[in-house]
Write a protein that binds this ligand. Structure first.
Ligand code: ADP
Ligand code: MG
Length: 694
């Protein structure tokens, strides 16, 4: 149960005065539906009224505060739609306050003639005279608190004004309780960080641009709190999962030996290291939950196959789930010879398999004849039952949701789980997203890979590119041509894939195909197959080809509007070529002019083929939000922490969380109690629930 001290924060925003249903809807959109959402929303900017020049010195266009004497009111003549003016002065000159649609009696009390007033707003020059239309504030100098010197500006949404939002936040902040300290004492002292309450108050009361910075000490403390909540929650989830005991899997090595003999190459060092991690996990009685990261082409499949063989050696079965039909069939094709050598039986199950064939596969699966079942989402349909599922491997894991992962692992008695991804993720990001898993990385490619010649070229030279393409295809080469969107969007001036398809067909003839995300699965598969068979030389595609399919004869990758893609995505696309014997090239077509950051990003790609390096650079250049992009799901969105700048804090939070788990995994100590509050504060109720259940 959430501690009652947090109740004022977990109330609906409509409890705040002045927040009715209409405004609540707007604030919900900008920040969230609860008081705590407002409390945890950092200001995006700041209005600074501390500049106090004389009238003569006051520069136009900048927010400032003047101390003036009210000389006289100059109301418009009756019946004329002219503004109401109030003439004011100081010892250096005059200024006119201008009000449209003003109520005279209101202005008379606000600005009594002969009195001194503080006025704040922007000065304008008009016909050589100074004026201030509608001052933001008019205050009695004896009551300066009527005019805030600094005002935070919050992220808004259409229809929501800065003032309404600010008032709501101010009220929300009045509900913030003092909370017991959850941070380690000495760490807090070493960092010289104030309490959580003082820090959150400071965040909402910035007094300079520096105060808004994510590197301000109070902001660092808040970011650390959020990261600690994230890491602690992940470790609690991990512990709960491991506690649900798996089985100890030890192979006798005979199947492995046969398969190795049939392998036309030896494993790279990096592959061996990853396998060491995996074998030792499988041997342990706890469940394996491991993420295997490795660039496109780094050879993850064979690593997975060896793990699966080990599971079979101990008497169990394995499943390998791929995100697409094509990929599943490619796995079947590439693993078949090795399976034959080892003397084990592969099966496949996809959406395409129906009727008697499907029934027969299911029968062989249930009685244990099939040792490894390959397939797609179809693997976790209800009637798919294994004899004894010991290991589940999930390929291109970012394509699957957590629920699908869980569904498949429920098909066996706590099977071990190995998930694989070719999306290079910076270390920091992978800690936040996959912090509940153990990690292995394949950091080296098989020997003999030729580098892909990568160039950045302006779209204005597209005719040259098309001519080059014509020559290459005449020589029997194959190419991918990637376009960012399927249909012309009214907002983005993107070259649509369909249009490109037409122009290239005109230029190159019939050997041009088009595949895009709006096609049905079988439609896509049919086109892709024609590409592998060589019936199509140039495949125009939206990013559907991103997933790890293999067409070794393709040597050219052209990416249109490369500047609009994430670097990780570009890198993965490039990984589609350079797989065979021939020399390959990648052309990044960009729309000129390119901004500095965009140029730097494309250059990173041109200069290296190391996916992890590319991911780190992308994070540095663009920040976390952009790196993840809309395509990547499953990444936590932080409100106060910014992984691009708080990487060091994340590493510290990870260490801290690990220490907490070693000392007080049930969060029973005084600090543990406070940490529970922290988890609730960041809505990690899911993790705390595992505690009380355990
Ligand atoms: P990915 O990590 O992208 O899934 P794959 O497992 O598909 O990569 O491997 C890419 C290609 O590299 C395959 O053709 C595979 O047979 C080959 N390969 C894998 N490991 C090695 C190795 N150690 N030496 C040579 N070739 C290898
Ligand atoms: Mg793969």
């Amino acid at each position: 149960m959430r501690p009652s001290i947090l109740n004022p924060l977990f109330a609906d925003i409509t409890v705040l005065t002045g927040v009715g249903p209409k405004i609540a809807a707007l604030i919900s959109r900008a920040a969230g539906p609860l008081v705590v959402d407002l409390v945890l929303t950092a200001p995006a900017g700041l209005v600074d009224r501390s500049f106090r020049p004389t009238i003569a010195e006051a520069p136009p266009g900048r927010i400032l505060t003047l101390s003036v004497t009210v000389d006289r009111h100059d109301p418009p003549p009756k019946g004329r739609r002219l503004p109401y003016k109030v003439i004011c002065s100081d010892e250096t000159g005059y200024i006119t306050l201008v009000y449209f649609h003003a109520r005279a009696d209101y202005l008379k009390t606000l600005l009594p003639e002969g009195q001194t007033r503080l006025i704040s707003g922007k000065v304008e020059e008009f016909n050589g005279a100074r004026q201030m239309p509608h001052p933001d504030y008019v205050a009695d100098p004896d009551k300066p608190s009527d005019m805030p010197t600094f005002e935070p500006i919050y992220p808004l949404t259409a229809g929501l004004t800065a003032g309404v939002m600010r008032k709501a936040v101010t009220q929300a902040m009045m509900r913030v309780p003092a909370l017991s300290e959850w941070q380690d004492d000495s760490w807090l002292k070493a960092r010289n960080w104030p309490s959580w309450k003082n820090s959150i108050e400071a965040m909402h009361a910035p007094e300079s641009q520096a105060g808004l910075s994510a590197m301000a000490p109070t902001r660092q403390r808040l970011a650390y709190d959020e990261l600690l909540a994230n890491q602690l929650a992940l470790l609690l989830i991990r512990k709960a999962r491991i506690k649900s005991r798996g089985r100890s899997i030890t192979g006798h090595g005979r199947l492995l030996a046969k398969a190795k003999k049939a392998l036309p190459f030896s494993l790279t060092n990096a592959q061996e290291l990853a396998l060491d991690d995996i074998y030792s996990d499988m041997r342990a009685p706890d469940r394996m939950v491991r993420l295997l990261q490795g660039d496109v082409g780094s050879g993850k499949t064979i690593v997975a196959f060896f793990a699966m063989l080990t599971a079979i050696e101990s008497g169990g079965q394995s499943a390998l789930m791929a995100p697409t039909e094509i990929l599943a069939r490619q796995h079947l094709e590439s693993l078949e010879p090795l399976a034959l050598a080892a003397g084990i039986k592969l099966g496949i199950l996809t959406g395409r398999d129906k009727g008697t064939a499907r029934r027969e596969t299911l029968r062989q699966l249930a009685n244990g004849d099939i040792d490894i079942l390959l397939g797609t989402h179809a693997l976790f349909q209800d009637d798919v039952a294994f004899h004894d599922l010991a290991l589940v491997v999930i390929d291109e894991q970012h394509r699957f949701g957590v629920r699908q992962r869980v569904a498949l692992t429920q098909k066996g008695p706590k099977p071990d789980l190995l998930v694989m991804t070719a999306t290079p993720i910076p270390r920091t990001l992978s800690l936040t997203a996959y912090g509940d898993m153990d990690h292995s990385r394949i950091t080296e490619k098989p020997p003999g890979r030729k580098p892909v010649d990568t160039r950045t070229i302006s779209m204005s030279r597209i005719d040259e590119i098309v001519n080059g393409l014509k020559r290459a295809t005449t020589n029997g080469e194959q190419a991918y041509w990637v376009c960012p969107l399927v249909e012309e969007s009214e907002f983005l001036d993107l070259t649509a894939a369909e249009e490109r398809f037409e122009t290239l067909k005109t230029a190159l003839g019939d050997g041009v195909g088009l595949v895009h995300g709006k096609m049905s699965g079988p439609e896509k598969d049919a086109i892709m197959e024609r590409f592998y068979n060589g019936e199509i030389q140039v495949l125009i595609a939206t990013t559907v080809i991103e997933v790890g399919v293999n067409a070794p004869n393709a040597t050219i990758m052209i990416i249109e509007h490369a500047e609009r893609f994430g670097l990780a995505q570009l890198h993965q696309l490039r990984g589609r070529v350079g797989r065979g014997e021939k020399k390959s090239s990648c052309i990044l077509l960009y729309k000129a002019p390119l901004g500095e950051t965009a140029k730097a990003r494309l250059n990173v790609l041109r200069d290296t083929e190391d996916g992890f390096l590319i991911a780190e650079e992308d994070l540095r250049l663009r920040g976390a939000g952009d790196v993840l992009g809309a395509a990547q799901s499953g990444f936590p969105r932080f409100r106060l922490a910014d992984i691009a700048v708080h990487g060091e804090l994340l590493a510290a939070a990870r260490d801290d969380a690990e220490l907490i788990m070693r000392r007080d995994a049930d969060l029973k100590s005084a600090r543990g109690e406070a940490l529970r509050t922290l988890l609730y504060l960041f809505s990690r109720d899911d993790a705390v629930k595992l505690l009380s259940a355990g």
